[in-house]
Design a protein around this ligand. Structure first.
Ligand SMILES: [Zn+2]
Length: 132
């Protein structure tokens, strides 16, 4: 792992660095009354910046030997979300569900990964809008 990333991870884990969404004033880690610093998920407003701050913090605060397992869990969740979206049923079992609510919109592109093995079958080309 490169040194800059290691310094960033240490900063996140000690609370010296906190990832935020400026638009919503969201801070991805908070110190509990017990003194423990923990990642706190954002309210379900569907903001990609809030979610990035949360998931990067969550990943950084996960012990190094558990990070791949955590990424695998999140990858599985994403696969299920896409499956539900393709069936037209994503979000319908949530109490807050309303058709057209942007919090329940799922945008994805077809990747080249094999659904069973996760291996790439061909290179993925992201568009400019997907890179931002
Ligand atoms: Zn936000």
């Amino acid at each position: 792992m490169n040194e800059a990333l290691q310094i960033l991870i240490e900063g996140i884990c000690t609370g010296a660095t906190r990832l935020t969404c400026e638009k919503h004033g969201y801070v991805a880690a908070q110190t509990r009354r017990s003194g423990h610093l923990v990642p706190v998920p954002p309210p379900p407003r569907g903001c990609p910046n809030c979610l990035k701050a949360y998931f990067y913090t969550d990943w950084a605060m996960t012990p190094a030997n558990k990070r791949q397992e955590r990424l695998d869990e999140l990858s599985e969740v994403i696969h299920h979300v896409v499956e539900y979206e393709q069936k037209g049923s994503f979000g319908k079992d949530f109490e807050l569900y309303e058709p057209g609510d942007p919090r329940f919109q799922v945008n994805f592109h077809k990747d080249a990964a094999d659904d069973d093995t996760g291996e790439d079958k061909k290179p993925i080309v992201l568009t400019d809008s997907e890179l931002n």
